[in-house]
Design a protein around this ligand. Structure first.
Ligand code: 26Q
Length: 816
């Protein structure tokens, strides 16, 4: 079915009729959304079928990107953009008196992820389809995504995110590919006629995994890859369907167990809590994926699995799916009679592991008793992997107890998932150059010594289709009018804009677009929060998960000190600024939640104090999510990327702001380092400790934040404000933050993220920004320069590196 405006219009009108028994004039916006989504889906389906027909027929190699999170954002707009039918769709709708944006906003964000790691997976899928690379995203169909955040009285309140409430238009249930997943029970060794042993799991509990497939539409081509999300069903429910009703009560009880398995996404990022349900979720989707691809391989290529690795690559998105190493071994050995050594070589050739964090709280370690009870056969395999690995270590280093303690997969009563992933993979990558270097020289030093060839860097990227094309149509048009539309598929084309940084006319247009985007955002805040912000003020934005290492505290302390200055010198000539925050905190992370309350208390104070004449405003954007990011980022003048150096593995928000012409204030951390390089240090304001200084300071442990306090009246003013009743009548409310900064709290070091230590240098960088902003021409030049230099940070570049160097994957053009 080829697209034409005429056909599309007729189909749309007809879909409104059949789906809602309504005329277009009388249909609600929800009904119109449904009809539009169905219409678009039909066009997608033809390409989707053709893509998989081609993959099957030609037996191509496929990468499975295994991830507990896919933060896709809305489907409709992305599908329309990638099929290059945006203008036509908009025209047809406006002929029917329908506003396209209103309809698009009906769709709930599928929030099946926490933050960076989940959004990266979504950007990667977009790039894979656009570059015609055969791929599946494999994950879990959570019934509830990341909670919806409400702010009540300044505090975060979490509400359930029922994203499936109004149906699941984009998901196709594939009952025929259901897999049985076994938990618990015991393992019996049975001697085979040839003398070998076969291991059989018995008395286990079964859960059925049923996939739902979602289309991933490539840009300007015929490729539609699949995001396959597994949902859980009770096995008895399957029996019930075939009239083997049996024990109905038990069947229903089992349905409940199945239901809880995929009920909800764990909303904690970078924080590990050894929860049984989480381990169940991990094994569930990994086992389903591996069983499915092995049986598909056998159907296509026969029962000999010795070349399995030539057809499938498995990328492990952090350690969350790292149990894949043991599960693939189990399927090859137990279910396909392969010998250990051969299975091990194949497993290593298939698996590759990406590390996304060096935060020690995030390291996954499962207690042996839990792991072995839930996955008895997998546990045996992990023990064997560990035994062989330790033998190798002993061979190499002798009987060194420290080496074993530091490197063993199973040690001190725990299974260390990162080590399992490293030992069982042929590739281990970090997500930015600095991050990879820190892995090699610090966190994973011992492993780098043993397996130097496995380590490599893949600097993260973002898809320009969603983050410029879709999020910022006005800037997209301006860029396309100036240098053509090649950037949609090759972001390095943006380099051609750099010479326009000198072109006054172009700069003016660029800043006009920015100004329009700022007005749109101001309208949104007016409508949703009833708050007035000045579109001519500097929009200074920090949006990301709330975490102490990301240092939202540093940002709000700067606001507090500015406020204190304005109180002392009311006439102070500063450029008006709007500080915008957006952040969800993990529900159990009380310090992070208190920081949200602090930001809102400062907002309350500053926004309502007439004596400062509206020179500074603070806005907390509620329920930060992909669709809100698409509104916020194009409106930013200043992008806050201020993590404690060495702690942010890469960051990807930083890249989205740069692409949209914001100027960064940041530390030399994660991908900021590479951004500064691409920019030649123009239009980026770097401050604070360097990563090596942080690491050194942590080791020395001689830093005393009271020294900073004693030297700086600004710091004293801010600290005092936390506990003197200015922000809240309860002077104890923010005492914990005060103590954490100055005295240490609950066993952690005073100012462990060096907020006070970096404060002065941060304020200085903020002043530089203000001075630069006063010079409108210089500012515009810097903004354009940022967009022009952002080409490296396309996820197309990242994916090409993964495909060439790790997966050995080649594009397959889909002909229609
Ligand atoms: C682990 C165990 C139990 C429950 C939850 C988790 C968990 C969940 C999510 C641990 C970590 C995460 C997410 C981590 C994450 O988003 N990391 C970010 O990854 C981005 C993509 O590579 C980087 O850009 C960011 O720097 C990094 O913080």
């Amino acid at each position: 079915m080829t697209f034409s405006k005429e056909n599309f219009k007729n189909q749309f009108i007809s879909n409104v009729r059949t789906l809602s028994r309504q005329t277009v004039e009388n249909a609600t916006k929800e009904q119109l959304y449904e009809a539009l989504a169905f219409t678009i889906r039909d066009y997608v389906t033809d390409k989707w079928l053709k893509t998989h027909e081609t993959y099957d027929k030609e037996g191509v190699k496929i990468v499975c990107y295994l991830s507990m999170e896919f933060l896709m954002g809305r489907f409709l707009g992305n599908a329309i953009l990638n099929m290059s039918i945006y203008d036509e769709v908009k025209e047809v709708l406006s002929e029917l008196n329908i506003d396209y944006n209103t309809i698009e906003n009906v769709e709930k964000d599928p929030g099946l992820g926490n933050g960076g790691l989940g959004r990266l997976a979504a950007c990667f899928l977009d790039s894979l389809s656009t570059m015609e690379l055969p791929a599946y995203g494999c994950g879990i169909r959570y019934h509830y995504g990341i909670f919806e955040q409400k702010i009540e009285n300044g505090y975060q309140v979490e509400l359930p995110d029922n994203w499936l409430e109004n149906g699941d238009i984009w998901g196709v249930k594939r009952h025929e590919y259901a897999q049985e997943i076994k938990f618990g029970g015991t393992v019996r060794a049975v001697k085979q006629p040839d003398g070998r042993y076969k291991f059989i799991q018995e008395n286990y509990e079964s859960i059925m995994a049923v996939p739902y497939d979602y289309p991933v539409v490539g840009y300007d081509n015929n490729t539609v890859n699949t995001l396959r999300l597994w949902d859980a069903y009770a096995k008895e429910a399957f029996d019930l369907q075939s009239f083997n009703a049996g024990d109905y009560t038990k069947a229903v009880a089992n349905q409940n167990i199945a239901k809880t398995l995929t009920e909800v996404l764990y909303p904690a990022d970078e924080h590990y809590a050894g929860k049984e349900l989480r381990l169940r979720q991990q094994y569930f989707f990994v086992s389903a994926t591996i069983q499915r691809i092995v049986s598909k391989y056998k159907k296509k290529f026969g029962n000999d699995l010795s070349k399995f690795h030539e057809k499938y690559a498995l990328q492990l998105n952090d350690t969350h799916p790292s149990i894949a190493v043991a599960e693939l071994m189990r399927v090859l050995i137990d279910e396909n009679d392969m010998e250990w050594d051969e299975a091990w070589e194949i497993t290593k050739k298939c698996c590759a592991y990406t590390n996304h964090t060096i935060m020690s709280e995030a390291l996954e370690k499962w207690p042996i008793e839990l792991f072995s009870r839930l996955l008895p056969r997998i546990y045996m395999i992990v023990e064997e992997i560990n035994k062989r690995f330790c033998e190798m270590l002993i061979n190499r280093y002798g009987h060194d107890a420290n080496k074993i303690r530091n490197m063993a997969v199973v040690a001190d009563g725990q299974i260390r998932m990162a080590y399992l992933a490293i030992v069982g993979s042929h590739s281990v990558n970090g997500v930015a150059a600095l991050h990879t270097e820190i892995l090699k020289s610090q966190e994973l030093k011992d492993f780098y010594e043993v397996y130097p060839d496995r380590f490599n860097n893949k600097t993260n990227g973002i898809t320009q289709r969603r983050w410029l094309g879709h999020a910022n149509p006005a800037l997209s048009s301006l860029i396309t009018d100036t240098i053509g539309d090649g950037w949609y598929k090759d972001l390095s084309e943006l380099k051609k804009l750099d010479k326009y940084a000198e072109d006054k006319e172009f700069c003016k247009k660029f800043m006009q677009v920015k100004s329009e985007n700022k007005k749109k955002l101001a309208d949104y805040f007016k409508q949703t929060k009833g708050i007035d912000i000045d579109p001519n003020s500097i929009f200074d934005i920090q949006v990301k998960r709330l975490h102490e290492y990301k240092r939202q505290l540093l940002n709000i302390f700067h606001v507090m000190s500015l406020y204190n200055k304005l109180k002392v010198f009311p006439g102070l000539d500063i450029v008006p600024r709007t500080f915008i925050f957006g952040a969800k905190s993990a529900a159990g992370y009380s310090r992070a939640k208190l920081i949200i309350k602090l930001i809102n208390s400062v907002a309350e104070l500053v926004n309502n104090d007439e004596s400062i004449e509206g020179k500074i405003k603070v806005v907390f954007a509620e329920n930060y999510r992909v669709s809100l990011a698409e509104l916020l980022i194009p409106a930013a003048d200043v992008s806050e990327q201020i993590s404690t150096a060495s702690k942010e593995a890469s960051g990807t928000g930083n890249m989205k702001f740069m692409l949209n012409g914001a100027v960064t204030i940041g530390t030399l951390d994660g991908a900021n380092v590479e951004m500064a390089q691409e920019l030649d240090n123009e239009g980026i304001f770097i401050f604070g400790m360097k990563a090596n200084e942080v690491i050194e300071e942590q080791n020395k442990n001689t830093y005393n934040p009271w020294d900073v306090y004693n030297f700086s009246s600004d710091v004293r003013g801010v600290m005092n404000m936390l506990i003197n009743g200015t922000l809240d009548p309860n002077t104890e409310l923010f005492r914990e933050i005060y103590d954490a900064c100055l005295n240490g709290y609950n066993g952690s070091r005073a100012d462990q993220y060096y907020v006070l230590k970096d404060f002065e240098s941060y304020c200085k960088a903020q002043q530089d920004i203000e001075q630069t902003y006063r010079n409108k021409e210089l500012w515009a030049k810097m903004a354009v320069h940022n967009t022009a230099c952002s080409g490296k940070f396309s996820s197309d570049r990242t994916i090409k590196e993964y495909a060439d160097e790790i997966w050995k994957l080649t594009p397959k053009h889909i002909e229609i």
